[in-house]
Design a protein around this ligand. Sequence first.
Ligand code: CP
Ligand code: NVA
Length: 314
Amino acid sequence: MAAAVAARIRHFISLADLTPSELAGLIADAAALKREPVPPDAPLRGRSLAMIFEKPSLRTRVSFEMGMVHLGGHATYLSPAEVGLGRRESVADVARVVSRYVDLVVLRTFAHETTEEFARFSAVPVVNGLSDVSHPCQGLTDIFTIQERKGSAPGIVVAYVGDGNNVCHSLMLAVALAGQTIRVAAPDGYEPQGRTRSAAAAIARGTRATIDVVRDPRDAVRGADVVYTDVWTSMGQEQEYERRRRAFQGYQVNADLLRLAKPDAVVMHDLPAHRGEEITDDVMDGPQSVVFDQAENRLHAQKALVRWLMGVAR
Ligand code: CP
Ligand code: NVA
């Protein structure tokens, strides 16, 4: 629908697509939208977005959809069975067609390359709503939540315990852009991938952030302000469940591990959680947990993102 020149379109495929000041602007706008969720001027009146998902979703789907309602626009959802990206029709052709109808596309794919390919052929901005490599909408929300709870001081330490997966990658990039510290503890063979580590290190050189990957969860959590975990088996890895469950023994966020963090540390999880695996019930439901506030923040952060990508100034 938008007559943008392809080369000038800003996509949101990775947090590395943002500069530190763009991230700071989105965080400020998310906070403003949290204070005033339904702006009276309906800034996205007449605008629309499509969600094309190859995997299930609760938070991502509903928060984008309701975010558009709040901003005066409309969202449509296409389930895995409906589009058949790359099977019923080529990725490029779906991109060419859908971008004639809507102003923005949110994609949730198995292969990250599918989202990259879609973006090359899309005439409107493309948002990565989770791929096997990254989950930037989650990372954006996470850094907003961290700064809401702990501020933006460089001394803030985020500990991530578990799989060096899509959520971990985006959290690393977000913390790097914010100039804070992240310590990732992952078992042998499940560390964050080299490409994301290099990208985070490159950003960190400019922002003076610190990115560490360690083996022992206690080394990550000791003295941390935030303790973060995610599932050991992500969507699409179900056949690896038993092997992963064995590999991640000792990487559970439980009361013993949490005791090593600062007494006022907050516990985060992107959800859905596999209670009793990567996190215990008492920690997830305990006083330090902010997981449901974090889930709510998807709404505020993504509204800021959509407004920015659609070029509708605050
Ligand atoms: N955290 C997250 O992306 O949740 P959904 O998979 O439910 O969208
Ligand atoms: N790492 C998880 C995140 C779900 C929001 C997955 O990819 O399944």
